[in-house]
Design a protein around this ligand. Sequence first.
Ligand code: 5GP
Length: 202
Amino acid sequence: MNGSLVVVSGPSGSGKSSLCKKICGEFEFASLSISTTTRKVRAGEKDGVDYFFTDESSFQDMAAKGEFLEWAQVHGNLYGTSRVWVERALESGRSVIFDIDVQGQASIVRLFPKETTSIFLTTPSARALRSRLVGRGTDDQEAIEERLINARKEMESIDLFDYLLVNDSFDESYNLLRGIVLASRIKCGAVSLSKFISNWSN
Ligand code: 5GP
C-alpha cells in the first residue's frame, strides 16, 4: 500500500474541514492530521479531535524541540503539524489529509515534493465567503473582516497548488476531492517504484 499526503488549503470558511472530515469518514486509509494550536476552543470543538489546544509557551517549547513538521501564525494564533505522527502515518501507507494554510502547504510541498498533492479550495466569490462566515456564527465582525483580508492574500498563492476547487456545491466538491485523494495514492512519487520494478526484472 502507498501513503500519500493531501493538503487542502484556502480561505477560512470555504468548507475545508467538512470536506476533509467526510473523506476520512469514507476511506479507511485516510487520516486527518490533527494540529496543535494556541487558538481558543470554539463551542462544539473537542481537544484531541479538532485540535490539540495548548498555550503559547508550551507551543514554543514543542517548536524548539522540533516536534512540528511545520508551524505558522495564522489569524494571530499559532498552529503546528506533528512531525512524528505524519512520518509514521506515511510509512504505514496511510493518506494523510491536512487542513492547513498556504504557509503550511509550502512547507509540506518542500519537505515531501513527490508524495504531496495540494488543493486550493475557495468559494466562488468574496461575497459568498462573507455570507458563509456570517452564517456559521463562530466569529465576531472583526474576526470576519480579518479572515476576508487574509482570504484575499491567500488567493495570491493559487498557482502554487496542483488543483483549484471552487466550492459552490458540497456534493460536487466532495466528488472531485474524492477523485484527487484516490489518484494521490497512485502518483509515481508516492508509489513504491523499486518494489514494483523488481517484479519486472526476472
Ligand atoms: P481555524 O482557527 O479556523 O480552525 O483555522 C485557521 C487556519 O489555520 C485555517 O486556514 C487552517 O487551515 C489553518 N491551520 C490549521 N492547522 C494548521 C497547521 O497545523 N499548520 C498551518 N500552517 N495552518 C493550519
